[in-house]
Design a binder for this molecule. Sequence first.
Ligand SMILES: [Zn+2]
Length: 291
Amino acid sequence: MILNAKLIVIVLIIVLLLLFVFISPVSAQTDSLQRSLKAGEALIWYMHHSGWAVKTQDHFLIFDYIEDGSKPKNATLLKGWIVPQNLKDENIFVFISHAHGDHFDPDILGWGKAHAHITYIFGWDTPEFSQYITLGQPRAKLKLEGMEIFTIHHDFDNIPEAAFLVMVDGLVIFHSGDHGCTGPVINPVFKDNIDYLAQQTQKVDIAFISQFGSRSGDSIKQGDLYTMNTFKPVITFPMHRGGGEDRYKDFAREAQQNNVPTQIKCATARGDQFFYANGVIADLIKGEYDE
Ligand SMILES: [Zn+2]
């Protein structure tokens, strides 16, 4: 009898341990996804390089997400991966700034098979994607399911590229794509674009800004300073350093030295999660990405 009782306790402990190991990452993700958000609140996940997922009150936005590396079987948001089947209750809007492989992965177009509420928004016009929303016309504006979307455009790398300003659920979000200016003098196209977007909004809550500086030189460039000084975002996330996330700290340090009027937040690894509410980032949940 006593032996049986001991055996039952041991089996129970093993079962509980297995549940903890296998269920807890999913639970953490599910808890986050089921969290009801108010206007002005957002859950933000760093999805590697320039990829971000942002859940707001009624929308789920995904920016420049690519499937870089091999996707683990138990992939979750907290591991830095989009699994459309896990986002069935979300109204998903996927933004793609330009065609470079570090910003656009054609595999994401397959998500529509697993998810009924998904809208793709391309920052350039091409017949190849004519069945989706394409915003290639200069400074496009679009009202879409409770959102207002503004684009700016450039061809600094000789292909059409966009950056997005999205007003959604009480938030204003800027994603730069590769809209950058690394020279010592501000490029007039770049400056006009930023000035134009600044005229469209009273505030920017969250800015995702690509970091193009090198370790041998400055991490922060004139264009970054101009964007942050003009938008005065409440929070700025440097990005575009997938695999070299430690360099975001260089950007943050140099931004502080330049007294930029924004708080810089740095993702440390794929899957890092942030909660934004009432103008501040509350807690950071470390991502669960393992190589
Ligand atoms: Zn890029």
